[in-house]
Write a new protein. Sequence first.
Lengths: 257, 259
Amino acid sequence: MQKLSLRDKIKEARISAADSFRGGKLMSSIFRPGSPFRKGYVDSPRNRSYVVMNNVLYHLHPVKVKRHGVRLSYTLCLGGLSFFLFIVLTITGIWLMFYFRPTELAYVDIQNLQTSIAFGSLVRNMHRWGAHLMVLVVFLHMSRVFYHGAYKAPREFNWVIGVILLLLTLLLSFTGYLLPWDQLAIWAVTVGGNMAGYTPVIGAQAKFGLFAGLEATTATLLRFYVLHVLFLPFIIVIFMAVHFWRVRKDGGISGPL
Amino acid sequence: MVDIPEHLLIRSAEARAKALGISVEQALAEMKGETEPTVVAKEPEVKVIDETPAPAAETPAPAAETPAPAASKTDTPEEVDFAPEVKVTQRLLTVVKAKPIQKPVAEPVDKVNTWPHLMLPEFVSLMAMTAFLILLSAILQAPLLEEANPNVTPNPAKAPWYFLGLQELLSYWDPQIAGVMIPLVLGVVLWMAFPYIDRNPETHPSKRKFAIMFYTFFLAGAGVLTIIGVLFRGPGWNWTYPWIDGIWFDDLLDWIHFE
């Protein structure tokens, strides 16, 4: 028998230590059966089901999906990407909240963010372009659903929720538009708020409620800030939960055509 | 003979009277053995239990040649013959069509495991989107103009790009129509109610040409209006050409250049 070199012995010890760690009590208490992180994971139909069933995040998905639905050309991943962009925006948005005050200082805070905070410019850009992308992707998702006729029975109500989600996305983007407190922000919001002022009967009230006054001021800034970081995300998450749940309950992905 | 309660006797006599078409008193008398039992010439017709009326015709009416009830012949055992065409020892009561009680509703569907067939492409597309977003953010600087000043109105003042189609409409029509009724009625109510208006169950594009045309028309209209609003409107909301007069949309200032 060949004698092992010291190097091989160390390698063997390392592998067996890693194995006993992965098979140990700690790891098997963290990862539920079927997890690829557990020792002895094999690619079996049973484990493929467990991967989905035993994970809180993957559990959004059913264990099995229709074969035509996993083709990239069918959905273009647009619904998933909308959700993903929402998550990216949540993460970058929380990060931005550390450096932002919705007062007269808002503009200075944005300037500081861009000039003197590590990655400040990048994260702000990601948040802004990500928001534009999300509006676009949500709109494209709606178009995809329409062209596939996927809003038809039994999915009618999920389409209604989807339209609400699109409106909430627009509102989130619109309320965020004011926050940099520069000339672009204040006048875009003034134009948008004046449009709301044309609402029949309650136009003046709608405009006053939106602006927290007669025109865009720092009071509007605070109002939009609270709507943007707390109220609208709270509402949209509820509708998103119902939307995803209904996708499952209405029989998964629509089609095939 | 065991005493049968009177009310039960009457009830069964009534049933018998109804079945044979005789009076109740006669049936009662027959049952008590006071008179000769009525001989029925014809057996009751076979009843076919079936939801569909059509197949009733294919069941023969076996009652016609059946002899009188066995009861009247039990006193002649020597005549017993096992040939079925002579003696009928059993009769057809009902014909139940052979079909399953439970109908299978769900057809088998061709399915694949979510892991890895769905989650892997999903993961790759998330990574691609992340890479694209980081790259975009590294290249393109988000605009930041001078500090907000309510006293200085930029000309033109433009809404965010997704509202610019509406702003463009506002320049054509009365604001109550263009700014509110169109987005509210067309954009929200009609849009949400669409699945309830379109009752055509077909999903294939060739069988729902009107819906496809409608949506494409909307998409093209919204796209054209938005592009006009973003690129072709300058000071005073006058028509400008981006390659002559430049871009009048600050969101785009830093990343589209025409020479």
